[in-house]
Write a protein that binds this ligand. Structure first.
Ligand SMILES: [Zn+2]
Ligand SMILES: [Zn+2]
Length: 502
């Protein structure tokens, strides 16, 4: 349908419901008298109008962006109007937030690039137009996000949906080989098209999450890199504000964040509309929590402090109520095999469905064991395998006795901070859940091992040997704690001064 008749139709719907040429200040009175159906129709009609107008504004923003680039200097469209960037001009014109203005520019640029529009510099306003013929067929090829622009113009996705798909999929990885590069762009384009097709029945949040997951699946290597970057940025800072209140600022890595979510969730679930409890004791506990006069923030604070105080020795039930906090990682057999072969692969955190490197799934399986489930392509579970490879509490005691803590060279973390690493590869044969094949590593070193491509081997009951990734030095023998060696074996031979006096 032609653009303006489309727009006219949306206006006509509203006019039909509200009456022709009413005064704006009469709107509340008129609508208060309408029935529910009419109100819903008005909301939907007004939204259609907004979407149509927004399209116009986005396209105009894209054109303005091409005329406001850095190369235009003071002669740029935004710059001539006294703004150092187009986003600043748009913010000024619309009264929108900075983030919304930036989003507008981003969408406009994407849309124009996608439409292959001739981005000439505006008749007469500037002289540095691109020389004719500079766009050869290769460069003029449609960018991967073109389907999103088309869907936006066709009205099948909203600008918010366009934006989360665009940002969620992100720029495809760059490669030198032009064939490979074209192939990657095709795959990204297909993903954009499929996500856009889902938009009708998905929330913006769900699309955003799905787009990120699709990207990580298409580019597991990049997923690993992004995971690393977030891990590197982890931080905990404690300070005192001007009122003398101690304040903390924490940046979580993916796993730490998932742990925090799990801990808070398991304790605050009844407050957050979690499942209804059937067990009377649980039900009572849930009711008490709902009636608790503390705010959610205060409850969360008290809980975090309880956990810190109780530390590793806490009885989970006293801290977490009924469900013990923890995280579960999902990984497909294909990804697991790819990971075992050293190829990039990813898994998913069960609760939030964010993707994580396969190495995390391997690390997690070491420590908590796992269960195999056969699932058909539609996600129907067919068969649940048995749980496997979890060191029992007794076995962990034995490991603690033998290792005394993290066995990584130079690390002094005690056993209570350690996870049990299974040195046999995380593959379908499960390896033996045998104390001889396990070794204690602190969380940090366990992650470093799985994620950084390190390996620990052992020949029979010989030494544990740590193999760095290729090119990172020679294998190291991992000695148990020195104090333990003395405790078990004494000093051999005993030095002179320990000999009983003759
Ligand atoms: Zn491990
Ligand atoms: Zn360690």
């Amino acid at each position: 349908m032609a653009f303006f008749s489309d727009l006219g139709e949306h206006v006509a719907v509203l006019r039909g419901l509200l009456g022709a040429d009413i005064a704006a200040d009469a709107l509340p009175g008129i609508m208060a008298a309408l029935d529910d159906d009419a109100i819903v129709e008005i909301i939907s009609g007004a939204s259609n109008l907004i979407r149509a107008a927004e399209k116009v504004r986005i396209v105009a923003s894209g054109v303005a962006a091409a005329r406001s680039t850095r190369e235009h200097g003071h002669g740029g469209l935004a710059q001539k109007r006294g703004h150092n960037s187009l986003a600043a001009l748009i913010q000024d014109l619309t009264g929108a937030t900075r983030a919304d203005a930036v989003k507008h520019v981003r969408l406009g640029e994407s849309l124009l690039a996608g439409m292959g529009a001739a981005l000439d510099d505006g008749a007469g306003e500037s002289t540095d137009a691109a020389p004719a013929g500079s766009l050869d067929a290769e460069v003029a090829a449609e960018p991967w996000h073109a389907p999103l622009g088309r869907a936006l113009l066709a009205g099948t996705i909203s600008s918010a949906q366009h934006d989360v798909i665009l940002r969620g999929l992100g720029e495809p990885p760059t490669v030198d080989d032009p064939d490979a590069s074209r192939h990657i762009a095709d795959v990204w384009s297909l993903a954009a098209e499929q996500l856009a097709a889902e938009a009708g029945e998905r929330t913006v949040e769900e699309l955003a999450k799905a787009a990120r997951t699709v990207r990580d699946r298409l580019d597991p290597e990049g997923a690993g890199r992004r995971f690393d970057e977030r891990f590197e940025r982890r931080s905990f800072r404690l300070g005192t504000d001007s009122d003398g209140i101690r304040r903390a600022s924490i940046a979580f890595d993916d796993v730490g964040g998932a742990w925090m979510d799990a801990i808070l969730d398991s304790a605050l679930r009844p407050r957050r509309g979690g499942p209804r409890f059937i067990d009377p004791a649980e039900k009572e506990r849930a009711e008490q929590l709902v009636a608790d006069p503390r705010t959610n923030e205060q409850l969360a604070y008290d809980l975090v402090l309880d956990v810190l105080r109780a530390g590793a020795l806490a009885e989970e039930k006293t801290v977490f109520g009924t469900r013990q906090a923890g995280i579960r990682v999902l990984i497909t057999a294909d990804d697991r095999e790819a990971h075992a072969d050293g190829r990039p692969a990813i898994g998913l955190l069960e609760e939030s469905q964010t993707s994580v490197p396969a190495s995390l799934a391997a690390q997690h399986a070491c420590d908590t064991g796992g269960v195999e489930c056969t699932i058909d392509r539609d996600g129907n579970p067919l068969r649940l395998g048995r749980e496997h490879r979890l060191y029992t509490a007794k076995q962990r005691l034995t490991l603690a006795l033998r290792d005394g803590g993290c066995r990584w060279r130079g690390c002094d973390r005690p056993p209570s901070y350690c996870e049990a690493h299974h040195i046999d590869h995380f593959v379908a044969d499960h390896g033996r859940t045998d104390v001889d094949r396990g070794i204690l590593l602190c969380r940090y070193h366990h992650m470093q091992l799985h994620h950084g491509g390190w390996r620990i081997t052992r020949d029979g009951l010989g030494d544990f040997v740590l193999h760095p990734p290729p090119g990172r030095g020679d294998p190291l023998t991992l000695a148990p704690r020195l104090t333990l060696r003395y405790a078990w074996a004494g000093i051999d031979p005993p030095p002179r001064r320990f000999l009983p006096a003759a």
